[in-house]
Design a protein around this ligand. Structure first.
Ligand SMILES: *Cc1c(COP(=O)(O)O)cnc(C)c1O
Length: 378
């Protein structure tokens, strides 16, 4: 049996006709950049995320970048985030010239540990970027409380968490900005790059729209009040994503069911505590399982990954080297041991296939393959 880590073709097949019709219409219109297609989609995403506004942008990375730019965050400013995320979270901070300041994660949900944030706040701190990793939200109640107390901007990195909820409220609706990615492997994936920024502030909404179009005035496109960039979302992506948005809740529910199925299969296996399954945090009331990540103890992870490859099961490591240890951030002075939880998790974590179209038989095969490997029979 083969079980790929992700099979986007399985999702595309039943939607092909519907999507191709929309693509055909868009090509007939020859209207490719922003416009009504993008605006309609923005309204739907804002609604979906429980926010007033949404601004379509060119990628999740640019969503983070534009939020920082609109806030005027740059040289001399500090931005707090986690060293255990995709590169773009910290890359955006560095690209505006600000200094990333790391705070370690919790071992249970892999998200920023709110109890460690205040110790890192200085006079230079301007913002916090919590990441809702793998589809489960960070402790937004505590984070918002800290931000309020210290007058900090909160930019949620929800790239892996569209539709995820904390205490019944959606990702992107807590902070000043919610940043989302439509990279094809995210729960809502486009046919290329794309992203969106949500906000509840009308002022920020107007600024986001200007900044994504070089900072041009909305009334005279050759007058520039700000220096923005080209962060526009293609109408083609919006047309495709608009269709896929209708199916998103079904897909996220299927991922959750698959996670429950994995839990039962692991429970019934002889793997025991050699594998630690992802914790469901009580306040994180909706987990959308962009990834299903398991920790393997006793230096077994690489062994398990190699064994799964042999068994034709896709599995991957998100992320093998925490960001404070990356060469490009060496100027920040990070060293081994600085963020012990992130470092430990990076050595133990492995993502297993969780995409909606996987079958029970496939998951049973994944778990029995792991069982053989960790018990030394495979
Ligand atoms: C994917 C991702 C991004 C970047 O999104 P792109 O659309 O690929 O630019 C940022 N942060 C996190 C946590 C991500 O997973």
């Amino acid at each position: 049996m083969q079980v790929p880590l992700l099979d986007l073709k399985a999702q595309y097949r039943p939607l092909k006709q519907e999507i191709m019709k929309a693509v055909d219409e868009l090509c007939d219109s020859q209207y490719f950049i922003l416009g009504k297609r993008v605006e309609d989609f923005e309204v739907k995403v804002a609604q979906y995320c429980g926010c007033k506004y949404a601004v379509g942008v060119s990628s999740g990375s640019d969503a983070l970048l534009i939020a920082l730019m609109v806030e005027g965050i740059g040289a001399g400013d500090e931005v707090i985030t986690t060293p255990f995320s995709f590169f773009a979270t910290v890359g955006a901070i560095a690209r505006v010239g600000a200094t990333p300041v790391f705070v370690d994660i919790n071992e249970n949900d892999f998200n920023i540990n709110p109890d460690l944030i205040e110790a890192k706040i200085t006079k230079k701190t301007k913002a916090i970027i919590p990441v809702h990793l793998y589809g489960q939200m960070a402790a937004m109640d505590k984070i918002m409380e800290i931000a309020k107390k210290h007058n900090l901007v909160v930019i949620e990195d929800g790239a892996q968490a569209i539709g995820s909820e904390y205490q019944g409220k959606r990702a992107g609706s807590f902070g000043d900005y919610g940043c989302f990615s439509f990279f094809p492997s995210k729960n809502l994936g486009g046919f290329g790059d794309g992203g969106i920024v949500t906000t509840n502030s009308q002022e920020r909404y107007e600024l986001l729209k200007m900044f994504r179009n070089h900072g041009a005035s909305p009334v005279n496109k050759y007058l520039y009040k700000y220096i923005g960039g080209n962060f526009r979302l293609d109408a083609l992506q919006a047309a495709i994503l608009d269709i896929k948005l209708k199916y998103l809740d079904g897909w996220s529910k299927a991922r959750e069911n698959n996670a429950d199925d994995y839990r039962e299969l692991f429970e019934a296996s002889k793997i025991g505590d050699r594998a630690v399954l992802p914790t469901r945090v009580k306040n994180a009331t909706r987990h959308i399982y962009n990834q299903f990540c398991v920790l393997f103890k006793n230096d077994q992870r690489d062994n398990v990954k190699a064994g799964l490859m042999k068994a034709e099961v896709g599995a991957d490591i998100y992320y093998p080297l925490p960001l404070h240890l990356q060469e490009c951030f060496s100027y920040l002075g990070g060293k081994k041991g600085d963020f012990p939880v992130s470092e430990k998790v990076a050595n133990q974590i492995l993502a297993l296939p969780i995409y909606p179209e996987t079958t029970h038989e496939q998951r049973a095969y994944v778990v029995s393959s792991i069982e053989k490997i960790v018990l030394g029979q495979g």
